[in-house]
Write a protein of this length. Sequence first.
Length: 263
Amino acid sequence: MGKETIIFLHGIVGNKNAFKKEIEMLQGDYQCISYDLYDVRDSEVDGLPIIDVFMEQLYCKFVLGNVKKAHLCALSFGSIIAQAFANKYPERVASMTFVGGYCCNEPSQFSENLIRVLEDKGKSDYKMWLKQYATLLNPNHPFIREDSESIFLHHALQLPPKVLNKAIRLQLEFDSKSALLGTEIPVLWVMGEYDQLYKSTLIDLKQYLPHVKYEEIKHAGHVAHVHQPEKFLFLFESFLRNDLGNMTKEVFISDHEFLETAM
């Protein structure tokens, strides 16, 4: 029997190295595939919903790799692509794991901030506008030793503005609830305890995705797998083995606590 396949999706900026360490650890037991979402030109998104472009791009990875079914592991914005793809091609998806994933079209602080930056687009030059986006949507946290705003800006400036603009707007246009409602695909949703902005989109998650395995990693932010790689890998491998019962309270916050905690 051949290896199971995991396809990794990065965030709204960045590249295929978003899960580099995880791939190095898992490639002995799984076929691991990662790719750059923005390996597209402006002309390829003209006249097309960008979610269709992203889904077709992902579908091509299945075809080129002769993969019938795969686990999807997505960071942040990549979770939107995974949600849409699984809704359209459920027979292709064995499971979904979201790191810093979020729900679109849900009333939240995230959506309020997103609306604000989109309304301000064009009021200043492009780089200044991206800085505003980074501040409101990728805020630095005093307990995390990284400058998330500078990291976002560095990668965002490398992308075609038209393509990035469509990706940003997709976060308001996509309906996560409709995509996830009724799915029977196993879902692991991993968040860092400090990732308050994106957690604000998940208040009603259990209502339309009751079987979701929600886990929070302590001492981690939006990219929890980077901040706490060993803890994330333990969660991810346990989920893939269908064995999430070995977690310790000192490391994780369970989905039961999530339901009882106001965000």
